[in-house]
Design a protein around this ligand. Sequence first.
Ligand code: TXA
Ligand code: MG
Length: 354
Amino acid sequence: MNTEIIKIEDGKGDISTSELSLLKKAAEILKSGGLVVFPTETVYGLGGDATNPSASEKIYKAKGRPSDNPLIIHISRPEDAEKYAYTTDIYYKLAERFMPGPITVILKARGSVPEKTRGGLETVAVRCPENKIANKLIELAGVAIAAPSANLSGSPSPTKASHVIDDMMGRVDMIIDGGECDIGLESTIVKADEDGSLCLLRPGGITVDELSEIAPVRLADAVVNKLKDGEVAISPGMKYRHYAPKAPLVLLDGDISDAISYIGDNAKGRVAVVCYTEDKESICKALPNVTLLELGELGDFDEHAHRLFDILREADKMCFDIIFAPLPEKRGIGLALYNRMIRAAAHTIINLRR
Ligand code: TXA
Ligand code: MG
């Protein structure tokens, strides 16, 4: 398949007339059942018409994704959810506070969403992105757009157009290059429980503290723990190995001096260390042969989130034998980092705390 790449400045400012005509072309592709990769404030999405089962089928194929893992449908205005799902009071409370933005809400699906898009579930995941390119594209298409992250299944989500090009050239009709995604981790996914509380299925840009302003929040077990053998996942995506770098990733839970001694004692071959800016010098001195991958300044969780997937992809290109990284704190967007990193590490965490 021939993939056309178009460039649009960024998703924050106003869209110019010439950009609008490019987006109209992209919308036509979507309307006729084709696939368009577009930027959002979280990660790039691989979009197709959510009401067209053959478009959803193409999405699964392009990603190499199991078809029982449902797709999020993207709308340009929160009230458009009515056409695809049975909305609730809590949906509108969340929408008023966080939409458009990095939140996805699970609702009971209407018949307008084909089974293929829903991965066979009775529910559908609804998200209204804030990124102007994404939002305008959906509006122009005039229909909800199903869009998983635009990576090949199992690799880190794309946060830059170059990541998308690496994974999706020849697999989609069009790629919209809209620069780097702001947040860099996927949206927060919630489901309202019958008692009115919220169950957090995937942490993301909207934090637990923010959600708690709307309703009490419960973390689904798999957010911070390993799914037990035979346990049924509330969100099908939980059961798949995700965000996996090619080299084994080991998370170190302890201070930097203990981490340095552990790496010194255990590292063999080509070694990478994911580190905070402040720790670069001491690691370099003690371990001159390792390659450092910088996450950003200590405590700047937004920056860590913004860089994580790019770092994991860079690491893949450099063919390391092993990667060490600090275990993130579970505060704020740190919880989302923690969730992604324990999965990337297949739950390998070394406790260095005495
Ligand atoms: O930020 C995002 O959410 C990005 C951008 C492109 O919008 N999309 C994204 O989609 O991350 P995807 O497909 O990579 O991840 C969606 C997750 C999957 O783990 C899937 O299992 C879960 O959402 N999911 C989708 N529909 C669901 C449903 N009805 N119930 C529970 N989980 C659902
Ligand atoms: Mg994904």
